[in-house]
Design a binder for this molecule. Structure first.
Ligand SMILES: [Zn+2]
Length: 312
């Protein structure tokens, strides 16, 4: 037994103590900005590339924030300013980011040229290539775009400074051609932007989940029980409450046993597979810390197994 424990704690040390990450950092880089408009559509009603890049970049960041945890987002810009390419590289390297994702829209002399591209510095950068492939796959399967594939310096016949000098896994995405009329229209609609951003988010999420199996990235959905408990509570409880017991049949909340708690007891009927459909709670607290203060009292008053539950 001892040796098993020792082994377990060594394993824990190994996985937690020695450099294992519990968070990742992503730099999101909306291309161009300020005086540098980037590419421009022929249609004067269309936004310049710098603005489309910013819209997509921010949406991408919002999706990460809403749906993932343990991801720190750093933007190279959040408004219409122009950080130099060197500034962007310094920011990514200086913040020890794990991922660098640069967002652009493309242009070509031929108006017929269209499609998405994901650029890496070199095909030898396997992780960057993996992420770029994931992006292109989602652009096709999720957003229904034509993918022109993953490109590196040799395809481009030049290096992209932000990819060449950044030291982490990095991809520069070209969301479509502003010189192609259909694509310019698509990129200028809210639904087009949503599809492109969701593709980027899906690729990023799937990639990091595989790449860092020890980190829990995906936020847990609130448990059904908690949601129902909240809906049934007439006092519109927010935050936390203390559950003192549950029962198969409804019990009157004014019985002497409950009076011992000296706090009003609320009964909630829960949709659950368990036969204990009725839950009894006291109090409503904005934070877990405040609930904890009353929890001890409640436990001392005879409900030893009481515990804190989340109500929203
Ligand atoms: Zn660009």
């Amino acid at each position: 037994m001892k040796s098993v424990l020792l082994f377990c704690s060594l394993f824990l040390l190994a996985s937690v103590g020695f450099g294992a990450k519990d968070k990742i950092i992503v730099v999101i880089d909306p291309g161009h900005g300020g005086k540098d408009h980037g590419h421009i559509s022929e249609n004067k009603d269309h936004l310049p590339e710098k603005e489309l890049n910013l819209i997509i970049a921010k949406k991408f960041g919002d999706m990460i924030e809403k749906q993932l945890q343990n991801v720190t987002i750093i933007y190279s810009r959040t408004d219409d300013t122009y950080p130099s390419l060197n500034d962007r590289v310094k920011l990514a390297n200086g913040s020890k980011a794990d991922y660098f994702i640069s967002i652009h829209c493309n242009a070509n002399d031929k108006k017929s040229v269209h499609g998405t591209e994901s650029h890496v510095h070199s095909m030898d950068a396997k992780k960057s290539v993996g992420l770029a492939q994931a992006m292109e796959k989602e652009f096709t399967s999720f957003a229904g775009r034509y993918s022109r594939g993953v490109k590196d310096s040799e395809d481009r016949e030049h290096s992209l400074q932000v990819l060449k000098y950044t030291t982490m896994t990095g991809v520069l995405i070209e969301c479509g051609f502003m010189t192609n009329n259909d694509e310019a229209v698509f990129l200028n609609t809210a639904s087009g932007q949503e599809k492109i951003t969701t593709s980027i988010f899906r690729a990023f999420k799937n990639y990091i989940v595989k790449q860092h199996p020890a980190i829990a990235f995906v936020k847990e959905e609130p448990k059904k029980e908690e949601v129902v408990a909240n809906n049934n509570n007439d006092n519109k409880a927010v935050g936390y409450s203390i559950q003192i017991m549950s029962s198969k049949q409804p019990i009157d909340t004014t019985i002497p046993d409950f009076k011992k708690v000296e706090l009003p007891v609320a009964r909630n009927e829960i949709q659950t597979n368990s036969p204990y459909k009725y839950r009894y709670t006291v109090g409503s607290y904005p934070s877990q810390d405040e609930a904890r203060r009353d929890l001890e009292k409640v436990q001392q008053k005879g409900f030893k197994d009481a515990y804190i539950v989340k109500l929203n």
